[in-house]
Design a protein around this ligand. Structure first.
Ligand SMILES: *[C@@H]1O[C@H](CO)[C@@H](O)[C@H](O)[C@H]1NC(C)=O
Ligand SMILES: *[C@@H]1O[C@H](CO)[C@@H](O)[C@H](O)[C@H]1NC(C)=O
Length: 498
């Protein structure tokens, strides 16, 4: 049988983009019944960005605690010590999710909260396990499906100190054991699992540019980096991460706690790319390299068992290779791929030849730009930081790119699946439920569907986007086969307008 390639699209949208962007104007005529039955809508979060309670309930330091405390100037003098206090307020926050009529809630497990020494062999923190069990029960009791990310960037500091975390192959079995514990403890109530959130960002921001924890890179890339090597470490980290993913999926498939409906995947975060000069062959090739790095670096191994040729050619012997066995273990180690899509760029060919200045980024021989060769912006709409230009057509292009490049025949379309140009898309999750700790930007970027008043006891206020979702997701009393027929028709015609 063919590999299932279902796409769970988690659109990462600035709230201003939701309230003002074209996504909204297009979606206005739609409601939840414009989508196939069982298409799910949800919101996301992650442990370090939300929980707080950093030294409570038996939790030990993660690398993010260490990074924000050791280098506060690198995270806007902010940290996740309290974050949005989700650890204490999750019951009230689940009411907000329910109020918006959402179907799913995505959250991640803080590794050092359930395994204070990082290792299963040293003992499990039952208080940490209980927190997640309570959270899962509260969601289910409110009719919301839990969507669990096992790892959202917060490795226990002890593992970093002991052997450099994901720089060492020792992380593979450590991660396998951590994931296995999650499946055993939570697998009876959780069907949807993500191993890793955005490996590209993890490796590039953490080890190539040094902007996020671990904050490592070559000195010439970023003088704030205390240690690191941008020419080798991003490749090494992603290599171990892919092997750790495969190990976790093996445990998932052997775990008798996981139900028949259980699904596991990885979440990627591609930036869509358009050529800087459409007449330039070199720029078009640069676009292909950009997509190979954003998508193929991690998806090629999952689908084909090896890295893309362009990555291999440009990195040479700095890219580790998979043994035949490893390649087999990684291939098909997923039920779905999550796509976090938030923006697009123009891409120009740019040769980087300086052998003293090698890095993952320069290895791609390209340059990202917000305008093309005619001076046109990729989009007239962006968030305040000019980081996220709204480019809604990018999501359709990404989905088609993934469908085509990763073999049409391997896409498994079920009867009730939503199909965008033949892509199997099952759900949508917005980032994020609340404003929260946005990594190196601290609390300055507000992605929440709810505003958090940091000056007044972290009070939550529904933004227009939350109100919009509430209306959009309203459930009608009855849903007849005729409605189903109408909604399918409505959905198809809506698609033509994307
Ligand atoms: C929706 O999901 C439920 C539970 O997973 C399943 O029983 C049902 O058959 C699904 N319905 C459709 C129309 O796919
Ligand atoms: C960060 O971790 C290093 C290595 O364990 C340690 O020496 C340092 O004290 C830590 N810094 C903070 C602020 O926790």
């Amino acid at each position: 049988m063919n590999t299932k390639l279902a796409l769970v699209v988690t659109l990462f949208l600035a709230s201003c983009a939701v309230s003002k962007g074209r996504f909204l104007s297009f979606s206005k005529q739609l409601d939840r019944y414009s989508f196939p039955p069982n298409f799910s809508f949800g919101v996301g979060s992650s442990a370090y960005q939300y929980e707080g309670a950093f030294a409570e309930g038996g939790r030990t330091q993660s690398t993010w605690d260490n990074f924000t405390h050791a280098y506060p100037e690198r995270t806007n003098m902010d940290n996740g010590d309290i974050a949005v206090d989700f650890y204490h307020r999750y019951k009230d926050d689940i009411k907000l999710i329910k109020e918006m009529n959402m179907d799913t809630f995505r959250f991640s497990i803080s590794w050092s909260r359930i395994l204070p020494s990082g290792k299963v062999s040293d003992g499990v923190n039952s208080e940490g396990i209980q927190f997640y069990k309570n959270l899962i029960d509260e969601l289910i009791n409110n009719g919301i499906k839990p969507f669990v990310t096992i790892y959202h960037w917060d490795i226990p500091q002890v593992l970093e100190d002991e052997y450099g975390g994901f720089l060492s192959p020792r992380i593979i079995d450590e991660f396998r054991n951590f994931a296995k514990l999650c499946f055993q403890e939570f697998g009876d109530k959780v069907d949807m699992w993500i191993t890793f959130n955005e490996p590209y960002i993890y490796s590039v921001a953490g080890y190539d540019k040094g902007t996020k924890a671990m904050g490592r890179c070559s000195k010439w890339v970023n003088s704030l980096c205390v240690a690191g090597d941008s020419s080798t470490e991003p490749y090494l980290v992603s290599h171990h991460l892919l092997l750790a993913h495969a190990a976790a999926v093996e445990e998932f498939r052997n775990c008798d706690k996981i139900s028949q409906d259980g699904k596991i995947g990885m979440v990627l975060s591609p930036v869509w790319a358009e050529p800087y000069d459409v007449a330039s062959h070199a720029d078009k090739e640069a676009v292909a390299r950009s997509l190979a790095s954003y998508v193929g670096w991690h998806l090629d191994p999952l689908v084909f068992g090896d890295y893309p040729e362009t990555i291999k050619n440009n990195a040479g012997n700095r890219l580790p290779s998979f043994t035949k066995e490893q390649s087999e273990s990684i291939k098909n180690s997923f039920d779905f791929i999550g796509i976090n899509y938030y923006t697009a760029r123009f891409v120009a060919h740019q040769l980087h030849r300086d052998p003293t200045r090698l890095s993952f980024s320069t290895d791609q021989h390209l340059e990202y730009k917000v305008t093309n060769c005619n001076g046109d912006y990729i989009s007239s709409e962006s968030d305040g930081s000019k980081l996220l230009y709204t480019y809604p057509e990018g999501i359709r292009k990404i989905l088609n790119y993934v469908k085509d490049k990763y073999n049409n025949p391997t896409i498994y379309i079920t009867e009730n699946a939503i199909t965008v140009d033949g892509c199997d898309v099952r759900g949508y999750s917005a980032w994020s439920l609340l404003d929260n700790f946005e990594w190196e930007r601290g609390y300055t970027m507000r992605f929440g569907l709810h505003y958090v008043d940091y000056a007044d006891d972290l009070k939550r206020y529904a933004k227009d986007s939350a109100k919009w979702f509430k209306k959009f997701l309203e459930r009608s009393e009855q849903f007849t086969p005729l409605d189903l027929f109408k909604s399918t028709k409505k959905w198809w015609s809506a698609l033509q307008m994307i």
